[in-house]
Design a protein around this ligand. Structure first.
Ligand code: ADP
Ligand code: MG
Length: 239
């Protein structure tokens, strides 16, 4: 297996604004790391840097020890899932799942097999011939996750994937995602501004503020030994 991700002194400036400031992190193969922090702290920017959708101003990104900083998103082999689903409305669920794979020139039989397996895992089998407009929010988000799974990425990058769903559905989907992570055994980086989501999902929580890492630790350690008042307040632990 693979999917170890290293950030080596990564910064990202937009003009004079430093959005990501000198972040170094090691995410182990198979780990579920949650990036948490208030709106605007740089979570999405950091995920885009890891995925290859954006480039750091300074620093390096390594996957399995290989420097991929200069590589495109397609070359890095990671899959992103967004809050907005980003499904193609004119395509069926099946076509949405197949889309990236056809571009990658995979054999038709292999594409069909991967879609069948992902649909089974996510309970999308009866919905394969529907279009996104005929699906509920939760079903659409499952399709978005399915589209990541069929690519068989070395790691999954999820940017607030559940924040468009109502509270009840969010709880159910969170449990599904945790089960999926155990089953796939793949590295996942999960971005959220929701502390409860972070505490329940994470092997490790990375608390961000103002483009910097305040603390990176297992949920229980973070709760019992917050590095500072900000972490304590944000996680809801006694300071
Ligand atoms: P989060 O996902 O934690 O809410 P973002 O990573 O989206 O935060 O944004 C962090 C900061 O960077 C914000 O202040 C945002 O306005 C700024 N920012 C993000 N992308 C750009 C960009 N392309 N150009 C200028 N500023 C940006
Ligand atoms: Mg964001």
């Amino acid at each position: 297996m693979s999917g170890a991700i290293t950030l080596d002194r990564v910064s990202r400036n937009f003009g004079v604004v430093e959005v990501i400031r000198d972040i170094s992190l090691d995410i182990a193969e198979g780990e579920l790391a949650v990036f948490v922090g208030p709106s605007g702290c740089g979570k999405s920017t950091l995920l885009r840097l890891i995925s290859g959708l954006d480039q750091p101003s300074v620093g390096r990104i390594l996957i399995d020890g290989v420097d991929v900083t200069a590589r495109s998103a397609a070359e890095r082999g990671l899959a992103m899932v967004f809050q907005s689903y980003a499904l193609y409305p004119h395509m069926t669920v099946r076509q949405n799942l197949a889309f990236g794979l056809e571009n990658a020139r995979l054999p038709k039989a292999e594409i069909a097999a991967r879609i069948t397996e992902a649909a089974r895992m996510l309970e999308l089998t009866p919905l394969l011939d529907r279009r996104p407009g005929q699906l509920s929010g939760g079903q659409r988000q499952r399709v978005a996750i399915g589209r990541a799974i069929v690519r068989e990425p070395v790691a999954f990058l999820l940017d607030e994937p559940l924040s468009n769903l109502d509270a009840e559905l969010r709880g159910a989907m969170r449990a599904e995602l945790a089960a999926l992570h155990r089953r796939l055994g793949r590295t996942m980086i999960y971005v959220t501004h929701d502390q409860i989501e972070a505490m329940t999902l994470a092997d490790r929580i990375v608390v961000l503020r103002g483009g910097k890492v305040e603390q990176s630790a297992a949920p229980l350690e973070l709760f019992n030994r917050p590095a500072n008042r900000f972490v304590a307040g944000f996680i809801g632990a006694p300071a």
